[in-house]
Design a protein around this ligand. Structure first.
Ligand code: NDP
Length: 277
């Protein structure tokens, strides 16, 4: 019987930290690595660039805000590999401080992409995860900073150890709705679209880890992380880490050895578990 080929998927990997995560996995992971991008041309170009470095990533289109696109990736993984071993949810967006986009639109689009898009990828692809799979949700230290700017009542809701995914979705929707009537601050929410969307990603990870504890597939480990302040398009190349340095913690989490007990269900930066919230 032929052995099963292992497979890793990295979202939003045509540039920035995701690109460097693919680069590192191509050298460290014993299996195929799929570079995904919402734009086919940008994705294929990134694959060509890595091939020039002697690496062999595969390509598949993936827009995390487009459910059909996620389902197409799932079908491809199912038929070609029969499962999934590493999923790095890296794709994300951020508005600049100088952006003139109305705050309510920034809130809606940030939550839709960073939180709901990532959650849809997880909900769709998790059935494919094999025993010993590793999932990494790229969040941000910003989620740590911004939760402290929520009212004590809202902080308590978000830090509730038994919070459900439905409650988390409702909380994020309430925040988005409140921005439309400019009542978010009165309702105890901060003026940070990115921060709220990344709080969603971090808390989502804690919930997913709890849900996976009862899963019959053994040793599936999921963590959230911050890559650090990295020089990419996102922050106009002002960060102090290179993309390869930014990829270090996500790749470390993606490559955690079989049957590791920690980190699991944690928020990690610089390879260290951080007290969150
Ligand atoms: P970049 O802007 O360089 O890269 C973001 C990537 O996400 C791009 O490939 C982009 O594709 C992709 N993307 C955006 N929206 C979608 C979508 N709907 N579907 C699929 N892909 C999408 O940013 P970084 O590399 O800096 O960021 C990577 C991750 O790291 C993000 O989640 C970010 O929040 C997080 N992070 C970054 C920090 C930093 O200092 N840079 C700090 C903390 C967290 P496209 O080219 O088509 O736009």
């Amino acid at each position: 019987m032929s052995s099963i080929k292992k497979i890793a998927v990295v979202t939003g990997s045509n540039k920035g930290i995701g690109f460097a995560i693919v680069r590192a996995l191509c050298t460290q992971f014993d299996g195929d690595v799929i570079l995904t991008a919402r734009d086919e041309g940008r994705g294929q170009q990134a694959v060509t660039d890595l091939k020039k470095e002697g690496l062999s990533p595969k390509f598949h289109q993936l827009d995390i805000t487009d459910h059909d696109s996620i389902v197409k990736l799932k079908s491809f993984l199912q038929s070609t590999y029969g499962g999934l071993d590493i999923l790095v949810n890296n794709a994300g967006i951020s508005y600049t401080v100088a952006s003139t986009t109305p705050f309510s639109e920034q809130a809606e689009v940030s939550v839709k992409t960073n939180f709901l898009g990532t959650l849809d990828v997880c909900d769709t692809l998790f059935p494919l995860l094999r025993p010993h799979a590793r999932v990494v949700n790229v969040s941000s230290m910003f989620s740590q900073k911004i939760i402290k700017e929520c009212s004590p009542e809202n902080q308590a809701k978000l830090k509730d150890a038994s919070i459900t995914m439905d409650t988390l979705k409702t909380i994020l929707q309430d925040f988005v709705d409140a921005t439309k009537s400019n009542t978010h601050e009165a309702k105890g929410w901060p003026r940070s679209a990115l921060g709220m969307s990344k709080i969603g990603v971090t808390v989502m990870t804690f919930i997913q880890q709890r849900m996976l504890q009862g899963d019959p597939r053994e040793d599936i480990v999921i963590n959230a992380c911050c890559p650090g302040y990295v020089t990419t398009d996102m922050y106009k190349f002002k960060g102090h880490k290179t993309i390869d340095e930014g990829a270090d913690t996500p790749v470390y989490l993606a490559m955690l050895p079989p049957n590791c007990t920690s980190p699991n269900g944690n928020f990690v930066s610089d390879r260290k578990i951080q007290q969150w919230g």
